[in-house]
Design a protein around this ligand. Structure first.
Ligand code: ADP
Ligand code: MG
Length: 622
């Protein structure tokens, strides 16, 4: 075929594909336009997760009648004039692509009025072509209605997920903007029901309470202004940017004076969780750069790093971190959806975030920070009775957890004989374990055991996770998961996203022993939980589950169900730092021997290290 320039409608559909991925991207772009237009009140309505209809209404500056159609041309914007402006962008939009892209793949009705004009304007487009234009009354501001998204792109339409899933993505974007702009009143409704409203009080904490609930919102620590400047090579240059940075802070960002970094002009503000409050994944770390939500693995890591040694392994903080910096030091024009940014000096930003968060934790943490559990600090001695008492309880628990009960004395004897004679296990599976004899516990974290083939150092937490995981899934297969009904059903208020995720998977959860039901708003009522986590707080379990659902299938767990099971088992498993009685360890090792894959935990980490007889002999030069 000869080379041709694509017809305009084909080109714009292709371009639209980059900006409009799903209903939530439409919401994002339209809300950004409201914010850029100086709105104070933004209303978002969606029907069928936005597949059928999305309407975003604002009280911003509006578009002059004679410019409305122009706004729908590709690369038409009021926010940028020269390429030079790209270097210091202070608005959320600047590419002039959103309206054109949205219009190319839906039916759009745009009604707007500028405060000075007597009457407003309505323009309707279908698949990018204007089908109606007329005068129209409305209060100053703009209302954009987007219907039948992807009506003309069947391939894209097919890829849309269930309304519930699409709705969840919309919720996620809305809460991000509510956090970034606490002075805005943002209202979200789905299918006619208001599901979220930010108070518009200009206080980020108020927004966080609206998003995460009172308990979490109140517990979060506000990032405190730091003192240490970051040293950079080009100090003079940086000093210039400080001044720029201040001047250029748009009015809606001025409340962000936070953790200052004098040398780089970087300010870090926001809230972070105290070390006692954590999550199963990084999904609750929300980052903004100059009022723009960004995905940035490195900055996320900076936050996580600040908690170094303060959180249990595999747990992550909840954080909302606002970075403000001179616009010329960050390139936002990296990605059509503008979700990624590039820093001129990423190290400086990394350090600023990490320091601000660490500083806050050390200064504000309400609880003394112990890097090791107390049990590990005082082994033996006066700790002994406590350990005995605890381990008694734990023994009972372990029995309940593994569901296998104690062995009969006869079995026990056989087991010991086999272990003592160091006979290789008969009929052992390739992955299986020979019978092991427990020697003791080390560092309240590892179990030392010996077997016919040498010494085994077993990670008690990982091993227990493996045992519980296999057991839970086996019970699930037989639809016989042990479930524990709570004495009193517990109402748990969740973040809107978490709530809708859980609501979406009630059936899956019931198969795993949960009995949960919607309880109005974003509250779920927990009636029963899998027996193995009966001791944990219902809120904690639900949040774990939501986190697992959010991440979705993890390769090792196989299915979404597996991912949830994995999370439940992680919560239920004995932790590192817990003293274990001999009988408990024996019970654990024995159940581990019966596992199909005893050598790795469900996350794929090893449960044990094996030192073979030959290895030992070699090391000792025998
Ligand atoms: P961009 O936001 O990158 O400029 P868009 O395609 O999103 O591009 O919008 C094009 C233009 O339409 C904007 O530059 C702005 O002037 C105008 N506009 C869009 N939405 C609104 C709104 N809600 N209020 C006022 N002006 C708007
Ligand atoms: Mg825009």
């Amino acid at each position: 075929m000869p080379i041709r320039v694509l017809p305009e409608d084909v080109a714009s559909q292709i371009a639209a594909g980059e900006v409009v991925e799903r209903p939530a991207s439409v919401v994002k772009e339209l809300v950004e336009n409201c914010i850029d237009a100086g709105a104070r009140d933004v209303r978002v309505e969606a029907q069928s997760g936005g597949r059928q209809l999305i309407r975003v209404t604002d009280d911003g500056c509006g578009v002059p009648s004679d410019e409305v159609e122009l706004a729908f041309h590709r690369h038409s914007t009021s926010k940028l004039t020269t390429a030079n402006d790209l270097a210091h962008i202070r608005t959320l939009g600047f590419r002039g692509e959103a309206l054109a892209s949205i219009a190319a793949v839906s039916r759009v009705t745009f009604v707007t009025r500028v405060a000075g004009e007597p009457v407003g304007k309505l323009v309707r487009l279908e698949g990018g072509r204007v089908v109606n234009r007329q005068e129209s009354g409305r209060p100053p501001g703009t209302a954009v209605t987007v219907e039948d998204l992807f009506f003309n792109v069947p391939a894209r339409r097919k890829f849309l997920r269930t309304p519930r899933t699409e709705r969840r993505h919309i919720d996620a974007w809305l809460t991000r903007y509510a956090m970034a702009y606490p002075e805005l009143r943002i209202t979200l409704s789905h299918d006619g029901r208001v599901v979220f409203q930010s108070p518009g009080s200009a206080s980020l904490r108020d927004v966080l309470i609206a998003v995460y609930g009172l308990e979490i919102g109140a517990a979060l620590l506000e990032i405190v202004p730091g003192t240490q400047p970051t040293s950079t090579a080009d100090g003079a240059d940086r000093r210039r940017s400080v001044a720029d940075g201040r001047d250029q802070c748009p009015p809606h960002q001025s409340s962000a004076a936070g953790n200052g970094d004098a040398a780089s002009g970087i300010q870090v503000a926001g809230f972070v969780s105290p070390p006692s409050l954590h999550r199963a994944n990084r999904g609750y770390i929300t980052l903004f750069v100059n009022g723009r939500w960004v995905r940035d693995a490195r900055l996320t890591y900076a936050v996580v790093q600040a908690y170094h040694t303060l959180l249990p392994s595999g747990r992550y903080p909840l954080a909302v971190v606002m970075v403000h910096m001179p616009p010329e030091d960050v390139d936002v024009n990296v990605h059509p959806a503008k979700a990624e940014v590039r820093f001129r000096d990423g190290d400086v930003v990394f350090r600023a975030v990490q320091r601000a968060v660490r500083h806050t934790l050390l200064n504000k943490s309400p609880v003394p920070i112990a890097t090791r559990p107390p049990a590990a600090l005082s082994p033996g001695g006066s700790g002994q009775p406590w350990a005995m008492r605890m381990s008694g309880q734990r023994e009972a628990r372990l029995e309940r957890l593994t569901g296998l009960g104690s062995q009969s004395p006869g079995e026990q004897l056989r087991f010991e004989q086999v272990a003592a004679s160091r006979r290789p296990e008969a009929g052992g599976r390739a992955e299986g374990l020979p019978p092991l004899r427990v020697v003791g516990q080390v560092g309240t974290t590892y179990i030392v055991a010996e077997g016919p083939e040498g010494i085994y150092l077993i990670d008690q937490h990982a091993a227990h996770e493996r045992v519980l995981f296999e057991r839970l899934l086996a019970q699930r297969e037989k639809a016989a998961v042990a479930s524990q009904t709570l004495l009193e059903p517990a109402p748990v208020e969740l973040a809107p996203e978490a709530e809708s995720l859980i609501e979406e998977h009630l059936e899956l959860l019931s198969g795993l022993g949960f009995q949960v039901e919607p309880f109005g708003g974003t509250t779920m009522l927990v009636r029963a939980v899998p027996a193995i986590v009966a001791d944990a707080a219902p809120r904690q379990i639900l949040e774990d589950v939501a986190a697992a659902l959010e991440v979705g299938d993890v390769p090792l767990a196989g299915t979404l169900e597996g991912a949830v099971a994995l999370q439940v088992c992680k919560r239920a498993a004995i932790k590192a730092g817990q003293v274990m009685a001999q009988a408990e360890m024996e019970e654990l090792v024995r159940t581990l021997e019966q596992c199909a894959s005893p050598r790795t935990c469900p996350h794929g980490r090893p449960t044990m290290i094996h030192l073979s007889v030959e290895q030992l002999a070699r090391q000792f030069g025998r």
